[in-house]
Design a protein around this ligand. Sequence first.
Ligand code: SAH
Ligand code: AVI
Length: 332
Amino acid sequence: MKRPTPALGATSFEDAREGDGWRTLAEDVLDGLTRPFKELPPKYAYDSRGSALFDRICELPEYYPTRTERSILERAAGELIAATGASELVELGSGSATKTRLLLDAMAAADTLQRFVAVDVTERAVRESAAELTREYPGLQVHGLIGDFERHLDRLPPATGPRLLAFLGGTIGNFAPASRQRFLGTIAGLLSDRDHLLLGTDLVKDRATLEAAYDDSDGISAEFNRNILLVINRELGANFDPAGFQHVARFDAENERMDIRLRAREAQEVVLPAIDLTVRFAAGEELRTEISSKFTRERVAAELSAAGLALAAWHTDENDWFALSLARPASV
Ligand code: SAH
Ligand code: AVI
């Protein structure tokens, strides 16, 4: 098994995608675009541009999840760290790791902070956040794992002490339900009896608030949605015209999730030479690019339980818009 390569100072990196990144993108796109109902996995939206667009979404007045989760962390980080005794924070889908600082500060204040491990598909986000955190927290060991958290968690370095595995932002909501349950099972298998999971979930709320969060008046969400087409153009030599697709973000109340799509403005044909594929879109045909599930406390507890995890603490904001769940292996 490949071991992390130590770099200068206390920072090390591993790129788990080496050798298989392109194959996976090609296979997923081929699979997704040849189904009767076309669909693409959202993870490919996060190239450097997509990642920067997501950071802009987080600042939008309509996009409440980031600032709401931050407000919960501001209040509860000390209590969470005291409950876990964590000396190591592992963050999945860490992105630019802005909220992460609230947890690292609480660990530093409790005098337990030793290591931060960032896991993300976006290489630039991992490298830049690792460099920033190494500077900001003297003596902190930082390990960056560039890879897919659905495939590369076996590359996590062995724990150096009680571990808090954080999955923030509501990113768990971007999984399809079956993958989400499988993923929670994988997480449960990674936790020893001294470890905890900290899970951020967006909660069910009124349609207007939800739909505005995914279709803002500045059009940044639309731009982010279309970015996946630019990624496919670049990676697979395709000729998608992003302007030919309209951003659609609807709340699916029955399944309690946002359903985010690109709708072909008119009939079109797209060529993807690298996978030897020509795809036809009828006028008005929709391509699903993302779901974003919204939760209730009951559903989070039930899904954790089905994965062998027990809900130890539930922290929410004054409106009950977002929740942070602390969980641990159920047998403990
Ligand atoms: N945790 C941050 C960022 C959330 S955005 C926050 O709360 O604001 C989702 C992040 O997950 C992005 O940085 C994206 O690059 C990453 N991501 C999405 N799918 C991924 C996957 N399959 N494997 C690893 N990272 C992924
Ligand atoms: C990363 N994830 C939690 C975001 C969400 O809210 O589902 C991605 C996003 N898509 C559009 N806006 C934000």
